[in-house]
Design a protein around this ligand. Sequence first.
Ligand code: BGC
Ligand code: BGC
Length: 599
Amino acid sequence: MKQRNALRPLLLVIITFIAVGILFYFVKEKGSFDFTGCVRNCLYQNSEISAEQRVDDLLKRMTLEEKIGQMALVEKNSIHDLDDVWRYGIGGILSGGGGKPPSNTPEGWLEMVNNFQSYSQRSRLKIPLLYGADGNHGHSNLIGATIFPHFIGLGATRDSKLVEQIGRITAAEMAATGIFWNFSPNLDIVTDIRWGRVYETFGSDTNLVSNLGEAYVKGAQSVFHDGKYAIATAKHYLGTGAMVWGSSGNPKFIIDQGTSQVDEQELRVKHLPPFKKAIQAGAQVVMVGLNSWNGGKMAANNYLVNEVLKKELGFNGIVVSDWYGVYEISPNKYESTIAAINAGIDMVMIPYEYKNFTEDLKKAVERGRVSEERIDDAVKRILTVKFKMGLFDHVLTNGEASSMVGTLENKKVAREAVRKSVVVLKNENILPIPKNATLAVAGSGAHNLGVQGGGWTVEWQGIDGNWIPGTTILQGILNSVSKKENVIFEEKGNFRAGTLADVGVAVVGEKPYSEGWGDKENPSLSEDDLKTIENLRRYSRKVLIIIISGRPLNIKNHSANWDGILAAWLPGTEGEGVADVLFGDFPFTGKLPLKWEIE
Ligand code: BGC
Ligand code: BGC
């Protein structure tokens, strides 16, 4: 008896130890003390019932914190502790421009996204993440992906079937690496070529942008991979293309993030139609721009977001804000958050301060500044899309990623897009070039994949030089001529004395840039490029200027004595497409997607 009493304290210690261990396990591994038994067999986990029923069931189980977490879209590098993914119940993670994994390979991406997803599964309700990225012209953060011409070149093709295919291939290459949410297509309508985002658009014509945007959405959302559908984003709502010179709210920029100085009538007639069409085509997400209109930031515009987009156009998908856009509404982050959510923003691309954001929004709901109905509506939209995509039923992505990325078949489509995008600006008996002509090739863009790619290629601002696989325009020319020996290349056009080629080809243009860094008062050729052309003239009977640029360049004072001028836009990795039309293998069919006066 005495002995048993002596054992009791020991037993107590052991039991306490085990109990603490179990609690610790639940908190650390499962993120909660959820003993409800609803780990695998809740109604919402049943893939046989409708998305609506599943959302209703899930929403009822969620706490306010869990709901608010769903509304957070966080930049991947700002999550320093991966446990925050389930702790905060984060709804979405994104890769910004250049937001690549440590190993920038298809497998590296897949591993990164799956890893984030697996942390989402440690949460009480196991809600999967939406992982998003900018596939502006292919899965272009990824080295080895098929890089298509930027949209301005696709605008020149005017080929909606082709654009649909490009939307599909881009989504498929992204899906292979675990990403089912593309922040594309861009539906902005250009009104000022000095803006650094001109090349991200299909041009200045509302009908053209509407038709190609619709085609892109259809293609992008037709992809089904490993149990999941991909989704597209119509951006940037609304009137971002109408921002005026000098109005930027960002001290480093001039137009970008500025004010759209147009009246409602013009917004509706010129800028709204592409969004209507994209929504009719089923676009699941609309991204609200960083511009201002009518005295305030778009992300706080109740009339345009709640009334026009959601009620009038009947958009029932997710309205997401753009990069840091909500915090630009006013200097007070708490008030900005309230304004945005009440205006109808469902998911906030915060993108960094998720702790602050979730605390603020919770406080706002508790104080009655944001209604619970508004939160429920936002979360319903987010969850509905996630269910419809199949995310809950196939959280992780399997499959051999690299065999689906940058395939020959995909590159063929990119090459087709390049040749259809080239526009003849001038042709005085120089085109097409006979394949047996002697050629002197020069220029900063002749052998430079980084220049061909432009911004949003591996890095946000792009990369100058040959760092990615692909074919340069020079290589394309060499592959097309009847004798390689007939082609000489010197970047600056300094050929040997006595050289006289039949045709001099200068490939010149803009260095990569993106967003406001490309705002430029007078887009034109650099002094270096002009000097190269001058040099080349001395060594050739005729000269052809191929311009690689994201927008029309001012060449008025120089073009008179050039025999031919081509606009090749930002063609991407398949430079052979330029040679395809240069030597007459295919006819020139590209048409200007916006005005370009050359003389
Ligand atoms: C751009 C968006 C882009 C987002 C994420 C923003 O700065 O305006 O077009 O989708 O960043 O990279
Ligand atoms: C990100 C881009 C984003 C931009 C906005 C960059 O740091 O990489 O994705 O669009 O910031 O300013």
